[in-house]
Structures are given as C-alpha cells and as structure tokens.
Design a protein around this ligand. Structure first.
Ligand SMILES: *Cc1c(COP(=O)(O)O)cnc(C)c1O
Length: 461
C-alpha cells in the first residue's frame, strides 16, 4: 500500500463533509463579521511551535480550521464585502478549483496536458467574443493583473527594436525609455516599469480632468516634449475602471495618440472589463481596438475565484519574441500547437482555464450579464439615495458598480465613520483619496449580493 495515502476512504469521507461545510458556510455567511476582528499574531500563536510528527485525522483538522483559522478570515465571499474590488467566487468556480487540484496538471507545453492548453485557448476565445474584442487577439491566463502588465510592458520595450533582449539596458548608449500613465493608474503598472528597469523617473504621470480621467492633450504634450529631449516613448497605460473611482480614461483619444506616435498602447480593464459582456457598457471603452494589449481579471468581477487574470494582445509574436527561451529538455516537435510557456515568465502553469470554463458554461452569459447589470443597478440606486441626503456628497461620478462618497465633516470624521461601519461586522467598505479628499468607497461584485445588503450602508449612515 502507498505510504502517503493508503486508500481513498478517508479522502471521500472528509471530502463529502467538506463540501457540506462549504454549503453551510454560504447558507449562513451572514452570521460572520465581514472584516476579521483578530489582532496581529492571534492566529499564529494558537498553533504548535513545530509541524506534527505523527499527523492528525481530517476531522480534527476541520475542527481546528473552524476554531483557529476561520476567526482570522475576512470574508471576501460575503455578500456585504464592499471593499477594494470584491474577489468574486461562485459555486461553479469552487468546483473548478477542486477539479483542477485533483488533476494537478502543469500546462507549460501543449503536450504536458493538451486539454489544459486547448481549454485555455477555447475559454479565452469565448471570453474575447463575449467582450466584443477583435477576433484576431491572442489571450493568455496568468495569476494577476500585476504580472500581466509586467509582461505587456516587457513586450512594449522589446517592440522598440532596440534589442534589449540581447543587449540589455546598461553599458550602452540608450536614451531614457518613457512609460505614460495617470495619477489614478493602478500601482502595478509603475511596479512593472520599475522591475523592468525603466526607472521611476521615467514613469510619467499624466494629469487628470475633473472626472479623474487622463487628459489626452497633456499626454500629447508630454510625448512631444520627451521626444524633443531625446527620450523614447515606450508605452501608454490607460485604464477602464480605475481602482479608486472606476473612472474611464478617454480610450479612443489616447489610442489615436498612441497609433500616431507608434507607442505601445496598453489598456487596464482589470475590474471593469467584465462589464463588457453587456453590450450597453461597451461605449465606455470605445476605441479599445487600438490597444496592443489589454488586461481583465475574471477573478475581479466574473465570478471566478482568485487567481485568474487574462492578458489579450494583438501582437502575440512580440510577447513570444520577448519571453521564449526553450531549454533542450523542453524542446518539442509539435510546432502547430501553442506552448503557453513561450508567452510569459512562468514555466509551470495551473489549469486556471478549467474554473473559467465551468463558470462560463454553468451560468451562461445571459445569467452573468444579468448579475452584473443588477449590481450596477444597485450602485446607481445607492448613489441616488446618497445624493438625496444633504449630509452626504459623492466625490466621484458613480461608475459601474463603484460609489465613492463622504459625509459633511473632516477627513478624520469620515475615517472614524468608516471604522465604525466596519466594526459593526455587518459589512466591509474601504476608502480612497480623490483630489486630496477622503472618501468612503463601495464596490459591488459579489454574486450573492442583494439590495438588502447594500441597504445596510444607508442604515449604518
Ligand atoms: C486590482 C487591479 C489591478 C491589480 O490586480 P491584481 O490582479 O491583484 O494584480 C490592476 N489594475 C486595476 C485597475 C485593478 O483594479
């Protein structure tokens, strides 16, 4: 008998119990405080100093999970989780994760699991078409948008034709390479530029208008100025649905500048991209076809458990030329097939497409659209009700499923109000600062959220 798992008996018993536990968890999730109340160190100190020598049965461990680990969980799957961007799981997504763990395939090459590669290609083709993206775009799944923007910026840099892959960036005559974004662009783009050696001083933050959107004329000036000073514009990052307020940069106007100037155009739609399965929201990214690369995260708003981020590009060859490096033991003869390891940093690749495929196929696009529409409707209703009160003001236009507001008073009073709301345990909202002013930020995205959950925000105020 094998030493590790002699039979599947224990696994079956514990597995059935676990699935029931998960079902009960969702049925009773309202009972948990959304934001964990533990203090730093509380979780760790309950455990033994060293790993067990003899092992323990699953029963005892599930009890330990409930007693010691669950109190230190902030419930991202709670329908009243309104902070950051809700990482939206779903029951289909959980089953997908379970199956993917059972298969434990590694999709570095097509032949290391043909289904992994082909399901990724298929699911991304479906998603691409569901979002209304051009049919010749190539997609790849990675863990997060942060990694995907890094890959996109690396491709942008290689696309300059300066042979940075071969020669590197140091020890040679190379003018500064510039990356343009806005003060509201997610920090992951700047981090990617830092890691790629652009240098922080070459990350240019373009000013925004009153609605927190990048100003194209300021961008055009910055590019002209940089060229006049001998610098090389490399990439522009625009956002559809910024993290602070879900604002949308003028995608077409920026794209026209990028095309005219031949600068790599990257669109970050990590959060709001999911809304584009509903055709009526596509006006918000009018001009997307001008992009060289685009990111959206099914793990943000397409009911797929973290992690699952999609990078689309119309220049897969550039991505491939940037990253492909095939050691002898990985060479293959099946040249007709995609080997996704050639399009990024990772060699080993999880079967993330399985959960995405399950989510798409189980719910169907129509149901997914209706959930997203309902959530945007709740956000509108919340914004309307807040605006009817004279002690509240919205500090950004309500966009998609995000509402940012503050109560009359100081920043400190609003911060204290946020603390009190979260301490109630009934919901979790986060904050942001827009034009220097503190705002309480609500983002909807959980498939189980009903109006009564959102109503609590009004009740608590
Ligand atoms: C959340 C977010 C990111 C980063 O996403 P990760 O997948 O956590 O790296 C990037 N851009 C935007 C606009 C986001 O909202």
């Amino acid at each position: 008998m094998p030493k590790l798992d002699p039979t599947t008996t224990e696994f079956r018993e514990a597995g059935h119990r676990l699935v029931d536990w998960i079902g009960d968890y969702f049925d009773n999730i309202d009972r948990y405080p959304v934001l964990s109340r533990v203090q730093p160190g509380d979780v760790e100190k309950q455990f033994a100093a060293a790993a067990s020598e003899t092992g323990k049965p699953y029963d005892a461990l599930l009890a330990e999970f409930e007693e010691k680990i669950l109190p230190g969980i902030t419930h991202w799957n709670h329908p009243s989780f309104f902070a950051y961007f809700s990482i939206t799981g779903s029951q289909a997504g959980i089953l997908g994760e379970l199956l993917s763990a059972a298969i434990n395939a590694n999709g570095m090459l097509w032949k290391t699991s043909p289904s992994l590669t082909e399901l990724e290609t298929l699911a991304l083709r479906w998603v691409r078409d569901a979002l209304g993206l051009p049919s010749d775009w190539f997609g790849i799944i990675n863990d997060t948008a942060s990694i995907n923007v890094f890959l996109a910026l690396a491709a942008a840099r290689e696309n300059l034709g300066l042979n940075i892959r071969g020669e590197g960036m140091t020890g040679r005559e190379l003018p500064p390479l510039r990356v343009y974004l806005s003060e509201h662009t997610h920090s992951s783009a700047e981090k990617g530029a830092l890691a790629l050696g652009f240098g922080q001083k070459n990350v240019v933050k373009i000013a925004c208008d009153d609605n927190l959107r990048m100003r194209p004329e300021v961008l055009a000036d910055a590019i002209a100025n940089d060229r006049a000073n001998g610098m090389i514009p490399c990439a522009i990052v625009a956002t559809v649905g910024t993290t602070s307020s879900a604002a949308v940069d003028p995608i077409r106007a920026i794209g026209e500048i990028a095309s005219r100037e031949k600068i790599w155009y990257h669109i970050d739609a990590s959060y709001a991209g999911s809304a584009m399965i509903c055709p009526e929201y596509r006006v918000h990214w009018d001009g997307f076809e001008l992009a060289d690369s685009l990111i959206f995260n099914p793990h943000k708003w397409l009911f797929t458990p973290i992690d699952c981020s999609v990078l689309f590009t119309r220049k897969p060859n550039v991505l491939r030329e940037t990253f492909s490096l095939v050691p002898e033991y990985l060479t293959t003869t099946d040249t007709a097939e995609i080997n996704y390891m050639d399009y990024g940093l990772q060699l080993g690749r999880r079967f993330r497409a399985l959960k995405l495929w399950l989510v798409l196929e189980h719910y169907g696009l129509e149901r997914l659209r209706n959930v997203i529409r309902e959530q945007i409707g709740f956000a509108k209703r919340l914004a309307d009700e807040l605006q009817m009160r004279d002690d509240i003001e919205l500090i950004a236009p309500q966009m998609f499923s995000v509402v940012v507001f503050r109560k009359k008073g100081t920043d400190e009073e609003n911060a204290a109000l946020l603390e009190r709301m979260n301490a109630s345990g009934r919901l979790f909202v986060s904050h942001t600062k827009l034009r220097g002013r503190y705002g309480i930020r609500v983002a909807l995205g959980n498939g189980a959220t009903e109006w009564r959950h959102v109503q609590q925000i009004l009740d608590l105020l």
